[in-house]
Write a protein that binds this ligand. Structure first.
Ligand SMILES: [Mn+2]
Length: 429
């Protein structure tokens, strides 16, 4: 057994290195994945005294291996030694080429046990649903249908052109309306309630969240979660579920999972081994060229005009060697932010200011995304826009109710770069 080997290595390490408590704390933290833990829960998980856990966690924090957020702690997965250390301590098992941590297997088992209590399920995806949202939702629907559930898949706030094309090509019907009183609701590929809109259920359903974004309010409100912020796509999480449950992939689900993986890995450019292994397996059911074909949508004229207008309104700042661009868009703000980065900016922030609403989309150049965390940066603007932030370190967005503080938001963002670079921003004219 793999676990036995790791256990043995652990004992060896403990014997050589001494500090047993610290090794146990490290193991507990790594196996908690990125979920925040209190000192109390860590001391229980690691089976060490509270005072010892407190000391060790703080030593690890000083070393940068642990980060703290509001008095709770998680391992710093960006630490340069994280992968090496996780390799030793993570309790995981290989199934079908996919390695799934024990904690995730527990999450999946809990979700599956809950599914057994229901006869129907409602799956919901985020606004302007992209191929990953669509692919995850449909693959999940097919899995649940196979279990005998009646399933409705809904996109209450619309589907993107690419998403629609995936549905057309691989034939699945998604509704706009959401069921009034489902007993079980799955939310996929979303982290905050703004992304899915107000849901008015007649009776309170059980809510299950499957997502790969930084945890937002949906993770707090859900009854069950399967969240991995390191996963490149939500579709790979659905695939992990299927593999972990030992259910053969329905061939009809394969193209949907593939569309999610391929789209969210920028056509496999940022794919990891797990993504490639999944693609390899899923290609037993569909041609890769069909996936690429489903995902390549010609930009429509309104999008191209919107993006070009955004270019005209760009305002540039420089902090040391970083070029930070701000602009405004009436639509397509995230696509516009991507275009600004392609043009040469290091950071792009595009505001979509409406009468009583504001949306902010931010992107950072790929090689800087391990250094600059846009979610953290935009968090400072949350009180100003009276809203919330979601997304990833390298691609984040925020939605809020107050559209009147754009200048203040820009100042707050520039401040965070000034702090980091120890220099003052200059407007480039
Ligand atoms: Mn996604």
């Amino acid at each position: 057994m793999v676990c036995g080997v790791i256990k043995y290595m652990d004992d060896e390490l403990e014997n050589i290195l001494g500090a047993k408590s610290k090794l146990r704390i490290i193991r507990a933290m790594i196996n908690a994945d990125d979920a925040l833990q209190s000192i109390n829960s860590l001391s229980e998980m690691a089976e060490v005294a509270y005072s010892v856990a407190y000391r060790d966690v703080h030593i690890l924090k000083d070393l940068g291996f642990v980060v703290d957020e509001e008095g709770k702690y998680r391992v710093n997965r960006r630490h340069s030694l994280y992968l090496k250390i996780a390799e030793i301590f993570a309790d995981k098992e290989e199934i079908g080429g996919i390695s799934i941590s024990n904690r995730q297997r527990k999450d999946i088992a809990k979700i599956w046990a809950e599914v057994g209590n229901h006869e129907n399920a409602q799956i919901i995806m985020h606004h302007n649903a992209d191929p990953d949202a669509v692919g995850s939702a449909v693959a999940l629907a097919l899995l649940l249908k196979k279990q005998g559930l009646r399933v409705t898949v809904s996109a209450p706030l619309g589907i993107s052109r690419q998403g629609r094309r995936v549905l057309e090509k691989f034939q699945f019907h998604v509704r706009e309306e959401v069921e009034k009183s489902p007993s079980l609701v799955f939310i996929v590929d979303s982290s905050s309630s703004e992304q899915i809109g107000k849901l008015a259920f007649r009776t309170k359903p059980k809510i299950i969240l499957i997502d790969h974004h930084q945890r937002g309010n949906l993770a707090k409100d859900a009854d069950f979660t399967f969240v991995d912020t390191e996963a490149h796509s939500c579709a790979i999480l659905v695939y992990r579920m299927i593999v972990s449950l030992g259910i053969p992939v329905v061939s009809h689900a394969a193209p949907f999972i593939l569309c999610g993986i391929v789209a969210d890995t920028a056509f496999l450019r940022i794919a990891c081994k797990e993504d490639i292994d999944a693609v390899d397996e899923l290609l037993n059911h569909v041609e890769l060229s069909d996936i690429f074909d489903a995902l390549s949508v010609k930009e429509d004229i309104s999008e191209r005009i919107a993006k070009l207008k955004v270019m005209r309104r760009v305002e540039l700042y420089r902090v040391r060697d970083l070029i930070i661009a701000f602009s405004r868009a009436g639509s397509f703000e995230s696509r516009a932010a991507v275009s600004i980065i392609r043009m040469g900016a290091d950071v792009a922030v595009v505001f979509n200011v409406k009468k009583s609403e504001i949306r902010i989309s931010a992107r950072v150049r790929k090689y800087l995304s391990s250094d600059i965390d846009l979610v953290k940066m935009l968090k400072n603007a949350e009180p100003l826009i009276e809203g919330s932030v979601g997304g990833h370190a390298g691609a984040a967005s925020a939605n809020g109710k107050n559209p009147n503080k754009v200048n203040e938001v820009r100042k707050v963002i520039l401040k965070s770069f000034e702090k980091r670079a120890n220099s003052v921003s200059k407007l480039i004219k």
